[in-house]
Design a protein around this ligand. Structure first.
Ligand code: ZN
Length: 151
């Protein structure tokens, strides 16, 4: 925190995990290019359709509510709650083998969209409805993966 008076939303922490990350690496392209660029700055973006109000993640070329092309991005505060979660004892990704058991949750962001994400916590330290906040693990020169921690 620097105390900048004109920035209501502070950027989330971005940890450099490029050396240790063995999971999938996002490749920015098309509609998600702006999203991944923002992750490197610790900012979580979502799309908010100006035509129908639908809020969506991950980024798509069209609105899932009305089909409007290129719904604009807005910045999320990066806080949400656990809609549901699972504890993975068998890795869903080959590169996650040494991470088990790990937690994956469907996170309802305060702004509306729901996304699947890793939660960096002990498997017995999470409940439906818990408050979470976003962090970022940088996994390449082009992308940092949103990961949530208990708020
Ligand atoms: Zn729409």
């Amino acid at each position: 925190m620097t105390g900048d008076a004109d920035e209501s939303a502070s950027s989330a922490t971005v940890e450099d995990r490029r050396e240790e990350w063995k999971g999938p690496v996002p490749v920015p392209s098309g509609a998600n290019t702006e999203f991944w660029a923002a992750t490197l700055e610790g900012e979580l973006l979502y799309q908010h359709c100006e035509e129908c109000g639908t809020a969506q993640l991950y980024p798509r070329a069209v609105c899932t509510g009305c089909g409007a092309v290129d719904p604009p991005f807005e910045r999320s505060e990066g806080v949400g709650s656990v809609y549901t979660y699972t504890v993975c004892h068998v890795p869903g990704e080959p590169g996650f083998g040494d991470r088990t058991p790990y937690v994956v949750a469907a996170v309802d962001l305060a702004e509306g969209p729901r996304l699947l994400a890793l939660v960096d916590c002990a498997p017995d330290a999470i409940e439906v409805g818990d408050s979470l906040e976003v962090r970022f693990w940088q996994v390449s020169d082009e992308a940092a993966v949103p990961v949530f921690v208990p708020a």
